[in-house]
Design a protein around this ligand. Structure first.
Ligand SMILES: [Zn+2]
Length: 272
């Protein structure tokens, strides 16, 4: 672990600063001077996954236990697109990089958190518009170079209610919020982002049938992280995100661990 962090630090040192990443942020983590928020849901059989055949739930089985085998070990199976996971560029666009081919420097960046929870409370089908992004920029300044943009829709409140999370209507269409194609296009063409994320099943809204957000983001060689946890705990800006996806050779995506690093400790943990 120590070596991994040292390698991260070397990586960070090679970055040009002034891109939203602050020098020494990982050093702060190692010295216990930063707050780390885990943005990942634990994997279990209740995890949300794309609810279409032949996608299946997460399955975990104990294959050795202490009583019988004097060792504990398990095995698991899961679709790539289950729980907190990443969609690689090859998910919606043929011939683009798979999950194992995304370089580390694309998976670390300043987090931009756009909060649309009010709008989603009034309309479960709400889609983020380019004007919502401009509104965020009015308060926070322009989205920094290399940002990972995260949409906080408030949908995480439904995480433990899987039916409510999918929110199917009687006609078989899901209803949950997402990005608009226009917003995705704006982030790709007018800003230089590394990827986007959301606290729902998909970057596209639940009613989408053409997955234009996925196509727009993936075609640009960028990723989407879905079912992101704890977005309500992040500030609008100032956090650094680290995304660590599973390395499935040729995979279209897969489960990932996501950490957000806040540069300071919460006020209650400051020494008196
Ligand atoms: Zn996915």
């Amino acid at each position: 672990m120590k070596m991994f962090l040292q390698m991260l630090m070397v990586g960070i040192a090679l970055f040009p600063f002034g891109q939203g990443l602050r020098a020494g942020v990982l050093e702060d983590v190692m010295k216990g001077k930063a707050t780390v928020i885990d943005m990942t849901y634990p994997l279990n059989e209740k995890n949300a996954y794309w609810p279409v055949w032949p996608y299946t739930p997460f399955k975990y089985e104990v294959i050795a236990n202490f009583k019988k085998d004097r060792v504990f070990s398990g095995k698991y199976s899961t679709p790539e697109h289950l729980g907190t996971h990443l969609d690689a560029p090859n998910h919606f666009e043929e011939g683009l990089p798979s999950v194992d081919q995304i370089p580390f420097e694309e998976l670390i960046g300043p987090a931009v958190v756009i909060d649309v929870t009010d709008k989603v409370e009034r309309d479960a089908d709400y889609i983020l518009s380019p004007s919502d992004i401009l509104l965020w920029e009015k308060d926070n300044g322009q989205i920094p170079e290399g940002a990972i943009v995260l949409l906080n829709t408030g949908w995480s409140k439904r995480w433990h209610d899987y039916d409510g999370y999918k929110n199917f209507d009687k006609k078989g269409s899901m209803h949950f919020p997402g990005y608009s194609k226009g917003a995705a296009h704006f982030l790709i063409t007018k800003r230089n982002i590394k990827g986007i994320g959301i606290d729902t099943l998909s970057g596209d809204c639940g009613t989408s049938t053409d997955f234009q957000v996925h196509h727009t983001i993936n075609a640009a060689g960028k990723f989407i992280v879905e079912n992101v946890a704890n977005l309500d705990k992040l500030p609008s800006k100032g956090a650094t995100l680290i995304i660590a996806p599973i390395k499935i050779e040729g995979g279209s995506g897969g489960q990932c661990r996501i950490w957000a690093i806040l540069p300071e400790l919460p006020p209650t943990t400051y020494p008196k």
